[in-house]
Write a protein that binds this ligand. Sequence first.
Ligand code: BGC
Length: 300
Amino acid sequence: MTTLSPMNSTLIRDLTPDELPEVVMPACEARPILKGQTAIVTGASSGIGRAIACALCAAGVNVVVNHIGPDTDARRVIDQATHCGCDHRGLAIAFRADVSDESQVRSMFEHTISTFGTVDILINNAGMQLDSRVEDMTLARWRKVLDVNLTGQFLCAREAVREFKRRGVKPGVSCAAGKIVCISSVHEVIPWAGHINYAGSKGGVMLMMKSLAQEVAPWRIRVNSICPGAIRTPINRPAWETPEAYRDLMRLIPYKRIGEPEDVARLAAWVCSDEADYITGASLFVDGGMTLYPGFETGG
Ligand code: BGC
């Protein structure tokens, strides 16, 4: 019989939250790694989309802030993006469009191309949650989430690919003819009871993204996903806004801090840059370890 020796290193279960290191947030300088390019960021009037629009603008990109809500929200993002204090920042304009509507998506691409000449980057970010237990989930709630989160990403990606193929690679601008980033979720792999429409849409995004990446790679079009975990945005406010909720949330996050929209935005800017030129078809998780089976910190 084998005898197991007791573990001599400290595990998280032996510590209280006060004994963990204090959170230090990154302070990163904006670099002009996307100078002269144009991006459409869908769902950019709040949350992760807002932060990505600002990060791209700070990296030198002309940004179309797509939104569906009030113009004032989009205006606020444009002000923030264009007053970032970087000399190399791009311009920003707003465009209202429902990403699940084919003709509105077409108009958004036409307007972008007539304003800035082309589109180099699509950030497929617009998404929503309409949560219910399965027995209460109406067909309308199921369809709405699939329409926005999955069909919306397809419609925008299709227009983007058409423009990328038409224009081709422009040396001096980017090694790639275009870049698409799908904002997915940890729930493309983590099942989520009570959210089957949302998890279903993100599982769909995963294989749509990978299949599309395979299809368009020979044209030097790169397609990747970013899979955020719990990020401090309006979509999941109940999960972080009280100290009790925040403490519960930390049970799911080995890194022991919530994600901030800027954590996602930095990766989005980088993966669109030539520094990431050989990355395509990848699901990049930004989740503080949420996908590392955190229940096993103490269990098993
Ligand atoms: C959801 C959030 C949730 C997070 C982690 C995201 O995709 O939109 O509501 O907090 O996943 O579960």
